[in-house]
Design a protein around this ligand. Structure first.
Ligand SMILES: [Ca+2]
Length: 149
């Protein structure tokens, strides 16, 4: 049903239900926007609203968990800023050292599914970015380079 791992889904669920204060399994547009930001996603309001109208649900003006996930998935596929890419890298760098393994960067970039970048190009960029040739990359620099490409 989704491209997310079990761990990610558990985290999303956690946040979703945290915002669902009255426990009816649905959150409002405002709550949803807060939840997205908390999770490091930044869909625009229009896009989220579109989801509401598309669904024509009985519960206009609120999202259930599957809809919430659908919006996250859409945004995963179209990262719109360097900041978002950096956030994705940071999840693998809990100590905020600024460096992660090239192989992890590769996994993240290819899972973002950006059609503009193919895996060959990612490999090439990683080789260039690995200045110390130790398989570890300064991911902020790398994200900036990606944004420029
Ligand atoms: Ca609710």
């Amino acid at each position: 049903m989704s491209n997310f791992s079990v761990e990610e889904l558990a985290k999303f669920q956690d946040v979703f239900y945290k915002f669902d204060e009255n426990d009816d399994g649905r959150i409002s547009l405002n709550e949803a926007m807060h939840a997205f930001r908390l999770l490091g996603f930044s869909p625009n309001v229009g896009e989220v609203q579109e989801m509401f109208t598309e669904k024509e649900s009985l519960h206009k003006g609120s999202l259930d968990f599957p809809q919430f996930i659908q919006i996250l998935e859409k945004n995963l596929k179209t990262p719109d800023s360097t900041e978002e890419i950096i956030k994705a890298f940071e999840t693998l760098d809990p100590k905020r050292s600024g460096y992660i393994r090239a192989s992890d960067i590769y996994t993240i970039i290819t899972s973002l599914g950006d059609p503009k970048i193919n895996s060959e190009e990612v490999n090439e960029m990683l080789r260039e970015a690995d200045v110390k040739k130790n398989g570890v990359i300064n991911y902020r620099e790398f994200a900036k380079k990606l944004g420029e490409s």
